[in-house]
Write a protein that binds this ligand. Structure first.
Ligand code: XMP
Length: 516
């Protein structure tokens, strides 16, 4: 086993992303599980990265330590998040549990004084940097051999560097797209601190992704499930670019729970793109299986299972295929708890969680380490139409998880109409592009109203609009009240069966974006 850089994995959600970032810059990188750290003692390498972890060093029971041979070997080390905490603890500093878990963007300020390793790490970058944080513990006291080389606005430790050795620790995640210059920081670590020569100057995700797809799929056949959303459209464009049209078959399974006229729109968009698409109407099958089901997780599982059955039938007719392609993103994987033993399942995303063995299809998911805005940037570079790339996300189970409780055809029609009025109004008013995601939800609640001289007793519809970066957190979209009241009045006037409209003003957390 040889690598320029070994990444020691303590169970972070981001370890594979670190590996990818290094490989994108032509650096050979290999992941080693933390319990095999000692196996690296006699290996040749230029540097070691210590990953993050769901574990906490502020808890007494966690007694992870770094191997002592590491210090005599004098290998450059970069500790990321938990890796920073390990370095801190090892060198006489203090790690404490924060009052809150910090998650999201943060601005940090470097102050390097005469720290040589810190200078190499920052290189020509500005002292003020926007970074991505995700941690519970923080460094309360830096060990005596280290300098604090960066702090947040609030004065918390954001990065440390050893006074004389090539050792660094960062609280933020340089591997994550939202750390604006994360790629350059990792490059500086590899090139300037570890002395590894690089073959590329700039992050080139598309050539890397195309090469990865070719390497994984070879000359085999791919069945790609598309929905018309940003993720599966970018996945379709990447897969067809990497493999050519004859190896990739795109299928749209219409489960009867799409938005109004959505299937037609997707067919037209793919036809404009020149990517062949087969749309199959499976709505009767899905709706039959969902009949009488009220529980959200059961609905999600049924939709997931029925999708697989549809692919299976499609494969029998048009196959054989070797791979099932999907536009799964990193947040889907995190929320479905496929990473990290301690992660909790929030919702079972329909497209995460593996395929039944009988299907004999392997998964190819080129976007699985990406966030939505990263995918949009790739779509833009691939020259995909702006309207397609600006589309709001829409969940795979569709309106099944926006009709709270039991699903009926009547409810689907009502919700499609209400949703269409809301989305069209957002587009006409220019708010659509300022909102990250919007949609209507139908509640299983009837209330009394008055229309003309008549009493009504009809369903309730909720409008939801949120701002988000990647859907892991979301804030309420601040739409003007007069806009909302106009939408509400249109819905109540035009959609017979809905007589009351509410606006959801809850952020995520504590709520989620979808209601089920
Ligand atoms: P929540 O409701 O978990 O949603 O806050 C976060 C984001 O994920 C979308 N979502 C899904 N997307 N399959 C998908 O492809 C799913 O099963 C699924 N469930 C939620 C949701 O629309 C939001 O953008």
């Amino acid at each position: 086993m040889h690598a320029d850089i070994f990444i020691v994995d303590y169970g972070s959600q981001y370890t594979l992303l670190i590996e990818r970032r290094l490989k994108e810059q032509g650096c050979s990188a290999t992941i080693v599980q933390a319990d095999s750290f000692d196996s690296l003692e006699n290996k040749t390498c230029r540097g070691i990265i210590l990953s993050g972890s769901p574990d906490s060093l502020s808890e007494e029971k966690t007694s992870a330590q770094l191997p002592t041979w590491l210090w005599s070997a004098n290998i450059p080390v970069l500790g990321i998040c938990y890796g920073l905490h390990l370095l801190t603890k090892e060198f006489g500093g203090l790690v404490e549990k924060g009052e809150y878990r910090e998650y999201g963007k943060s601005t940090i300020f470097f102050s390097l004084d005469n720290n040589q390793t810190g200078k190499k790490f920052l290189g020509l970058l500005e002292h003020k940097q926007d970074v991505w944080m995700s941690h519970g513990d923080h460094v309360a006291l830096v060990g005596p051999d280290f300098d604090c080389i960066a702090k947040t606005k609030e004065g918390a430790v954001a990065a440390i560097a050893h006074k004389s050795r090539p050792m660094l620790g960062v609280q933020f995640h340089p591997e994550v797209f939202h750390t604006n210059n994360g790629f350059i920081l990792l490059k500086n670590f590899a090139q300037e601190v570890c002395g590894i020569a690089s073959s590329t100057e700039k992050s080139e995700p598309i050539p890397y992704l195309l090469q990865e797809i070719k390497g994984q799929v070879g000359d085999k056949k791919v069945l790609l499930a598309v929905s018309g959303g940003v993720d599966s459209t970018v996945a379709a464009a990447l897969l067809t670019k990497a493999l050519g049209g004859s190896q990739v078959t795109c299928v749209l399974v219409d489960h009867g729970l799409m938005r109004k006229n959505e299937r037609l729109q997707v067919e037209q968009s793919f036809s404009h793109l020149g990517i062949p698409l087969k749309a199959i109407d499976e709505s009767e099958i899905f709706l039959k299986k969902l009949e009488g089901i009220k529980d959200p997780e059961t609905k999600r599982k049924i939709v997931g299972k029925t999708f697989i059955e549809s692919f299976e039938n499609f494969t029998k007719k048009f196959g054989p295929f070797d791979f099932l392609g999907q536009g799964t993103l990193f947040p889907d994987i995190i929320e479905s708890a496929c990473f990290g033993a301690k992660a909790k399942v929030i919702k079972s995303h329909h497209n995460v969680g593996g395929l039944p063995k009988r299907l004999q299809l392997k998964l190819v998911e080129p976007l699985r380490f990406m966030f939505k805005d990263e995918v949009r940037a790739i779509g833009k570079e691939l020259n995909l139409p702006k309207e397609m790339m600006a589309r709001h996300p829409f969940p795979g189970p569709g309106l099944a998880i926006r009709i709270v409780g039991e699903i009926t055809k009547e409810k689907i029609n009502l919700l499609q109409e209400a949703d269409d009025i809301f989305i069209s109004s957002l587009k006409d008013s220019g708010y659509y592009d300022k909102i990250w995601q919007a949609g209507a939800i139908l509640l299983p609640v009837k209330s009394v109203g008055v229309m003309g001289d008549d009493r009504t007793y009809e369903w309730t519809c909720v409008l939801r609009a949120v701002h988000a970066v990647d859907a892991m957190t979301a804030e309420v979209g601040e739409l003007p009240l007069n806009f909302l009241t106009q939408v509400a009045s249109q819905i109540v006037r035009k959609v017979e069966g809905i007589n009351r409209v509410l606006y959801d003003i809850t952020s995520k957390p504590p709520a989620t974006i979808e209601w089920e």
